[in-house]
Design a protein around this ligand. Structure first.
Ligand code: DHB
Length: 388
């Protein structure tokens, strides 16, 4: 039961499928293996904001049509704290914008576009012989048959809990990690957004975010303590807390509640594993790094990794030199650390702690980024994404 391909890709989320698609366009064969079902991967609710460079990568890969037709371009975001709401215009500040287009939609476009083999619902995935030039992946397929996939290269796109990250020997990797003392309660609601662009709200009772998925679907988040059970947040409590933190009634603004269709608690952490390459294994996306959600960098960083990895592997496998593959980890990590810092900074600027000193620093920082063009431009450059 041995199969052979050029690139064995572990994980069929956006990183794995985008890599498979870009390699396919360059004439490189791949096989993707995934532990979840196709339906599960397609329906899990994730981020919804694409930075300019992600839109550019997807468009260049032939995946931009539905994004442009059904996605929504935003010029910037609102930052607020009790007493005031301030708009930051990224287009005016940096010439770059962001797009509201859910990861679920990106995933659908990728599944539709990629014709190559994707094996879902595998178990016991393991990576072998990574420091030789004939690495391979073993797994059990959904019928219980043991399989072996031989490849020239393995791409680990299987998230922070997948086997790829852990396949790098402890002596060859370093892990940098930060956990945060709060989580997000996220809800999806069938109601038109009460705002034209996202609102990031600092509040003494905790952060709140008003985001959206479409003109009829809102996505909202509340800072909650770690370990919160979503059952303790009935819909009425969610809406009244959102109304308070988002400033319902201030300057005539109102939050319109609606039916909540999904509710879940997201823990927040930062993690970077270096290097992003070990022999013939290359890591991309959450397999190498996790950011807290504030600032919406997770999916964008995965797309940036893959945009770098695909041409590096193409050159390596077509005899056009290994220089890009050698540089992949260092090049990717420069952007990873920028986004890791930005996500940490947005998170710590906006989330309530029990320390009044923190609160005063946060408010000072918010006043500065909304009143100084230099401060605003720094936030805008990072949020809209530096060019790849
Ligand atoms: C969303 C999530 C984020 O973390 C963020 O900063 C903005 C938007 C979202 O899910 O829509």
């Amino acid at each position: 039961m041995v199969m052979r391909t050029e690139v064995a890709i572990v994980g069929a989320g956006p990183a794995g499928l985008l890599l498979a698609h870009l390699l396919d366009r360059a004439g490189i064969e791949s096989v993707v293996v995934e532990t979840r079902s196709q339906e599960y991967v397609a329906s899990r609710i994730r981020a919804g904001i694409l930075e300019q460079s992600s839109v550019d990568v997807l468009t260049a890969a032939g995946l931009g049509d539905r994004l442009r037709a059904e996605g929504h371009e935003h010029r910037g975001v609102y930052l607020q704290w009790p007493g005031g709401r301030h708009h930051l215009d990224f287009v005016d500040l940096t010439g770059r914008s962001v797009w509201v287009y859910g990861q679920t939609e990106v995933q659908k476009d990728l599944v539709r576009a990629h014709g190559g083999p994707v094996v879902y619902e595998v178990t016991d995935t393991a990576l072998h012989d990574l420091t030789t030039d004939h690495p391979y992946v073993t797994y059990t397929d959904r019928d219980g048959v043991g399989r072996r996939l031989d490849a020239a290269v393995i791409a680990g796109c299987d998230g922070s809990f997948g086997p790829s990250r852990a396949a790098v020997p402890q002596s060859a990797r370093q892990v940098y990690e930060r956990t945060y003392p709060y989580s997000w309660l996220g809800v999806l609601a069938d109601v038109a957004p009460s705002t034209d662009e996202l609102i990031y709200a600092w509040h003494p009772d905790g952060f709140a975010l008003h985001s959206m998925r479409s003109p009829t679907v809102s996505r909202l988040y509340l800072q909650v303590p770690n370990g919160t059970d979503p059952q303790t947040w009935p819909d009425e409590r969610v809406w009244s807390e959102l109304a308070k933190r988002l400033g319902h009634g201030q300057d005539g603004w109102t939050l319109t509640p609606g039916p909540i269709t999904e509710k879940s608690v997201l823990p927040m952490r930062s993690l970077v594993q270096t290097p992003m390459r070990h022999g013939r294994l290359f890591l991309a996306g959450d397999a190498a790094h996790i950011v807290p959600p504030t600032g919406a960098k997770g999916l964008n960083l995965a797309i940036a990794d893959v945009a770098r990895l695909a041409p590096a592997l193409t050159a390596l496998l077509r005899g056009n030199g290994s220089a890009r593959a050698e540089r992949y980890s260092d090049d990717a990590l420069a952007r990873v650390w920028r986004c890791t810092h930005f996500s940490w900074w947005m998170t710590t600027m906006l989330h309530a702690t029990s320390d009044p000193f923190d609160a005063q620093l946060q408010l000072s920082q918010l006043r500065w980024v909304t009143s100084s063009r230099a401060g605003a431009t720094g936030l805008a450059e990072n949020y809209a994404g530096l060019p790849l």
